[in-house]
Design a protein. Structure first.
Length: 243
């Protein structure tokens, strides 16, 4: 099976600061891959570079295409989608308006986006209930559901999630991760950057530990979860590893 996403010797800099240094990562269709690591490790930077929001050097391939030659809009059209930390919703617009904007990125016809909308509402019934409500009046969990729903309106093949559990109550976190895990059965591959290392490793197939911009450890998620270093640093007492 050919890799869906291939990142090789990737470098991303902020001026003279190297935020990502020589990162190599790959994932295959149908996988959930988690990236964990401490604050400032470069996790969010890695996702932003893959989406084309930051310039980078090194290998960056999606389904055999060189992403360096493809702009952000084209990446969206190809099925690559990023849900950034805190979602970046349009607060003054309604839930429905935000969802419709997600479909616009793929230039869907009305009947196609209506099917996508029904599909999202089936998975997030609360969004259907709040469809006419302004996004900035939603709870934290509802805003995260809306951010996920908006991304799913674009029918992504690879969904990149940046800290989807950030600031949410444990019960809502469980709901979000249950939905993320179920998306694999819907044909969506997921690259997950997450502060909750335990939850991320529980639902992912493989994982990478990013420290100081470099890959420190990688392997099957079960193996990483049982690694003494990972247990001591990331699973012992919880961690706040926001980038």
């Amino acid at each position: 099976m050919n890799a869906m996403l291939e990142i090789s010797d990737l470098h991303v800099s902020y001026g003279v600061v190297d935020a990502v240094r020589g990162v190599t990562l790959n994932m295959f269709p149908g996988e959930i891959i988690s990236v964990i690591g401490p604050n400032g490790a470069g996790k969010s930077t890695l996702l932003a570079a893959a989406m084309g929001l930051l310039s980078s050097k090194g290998g960056l391939m999606f389904e055999g295409d060189d992403l360096h030659r493809i702009d952000v809009e084209t990446r969206l059209e190809r099925g690559l989608c990023l849900v950034p930390e805190r979602g970046e919703l349009f607060g003054e617009l309604t839930v429905l308006d935000n969802l419709q904007l997600g479909a616009y990125s793929r230039r869907k016809r009305r009947d196609d986006w209506k099917k996508s909308l029904d599909w999202v509402y089936d998975r997030f019934p609360r969004l259907a209930e709040r469809r006419s409500q302004r996004a900035d009046t939603l709870s934290g969990g509802e805003r995260q559901m809306l951010a996920l729903g908006r991304a799913l309106m674009s029918s992504p093949r690879l969904l990149m999630l940046d800290e989807p559990s950030l600031g949410l109550a444990p019960m809502i976190v469980r709901d979000i991760f249950a939905i993320v895990g179920a998306l694999r059965g819907e044909g969506v591959s997921i690259l997950l950057v997450e502060q909750n290392a335990r939850a991320a490793l529980e639902i992912s197939d493989r994982g990478y530990v990013l420290e100081s911009g470099e890959i420190a450890l990688s392997g099957e998620s079960r193996e990483l979860a049982s690694d003494p270093r990972v247990q001591a640093t990331y699973l012992g007492g919880g961690t706040d590893d926001r980038d």
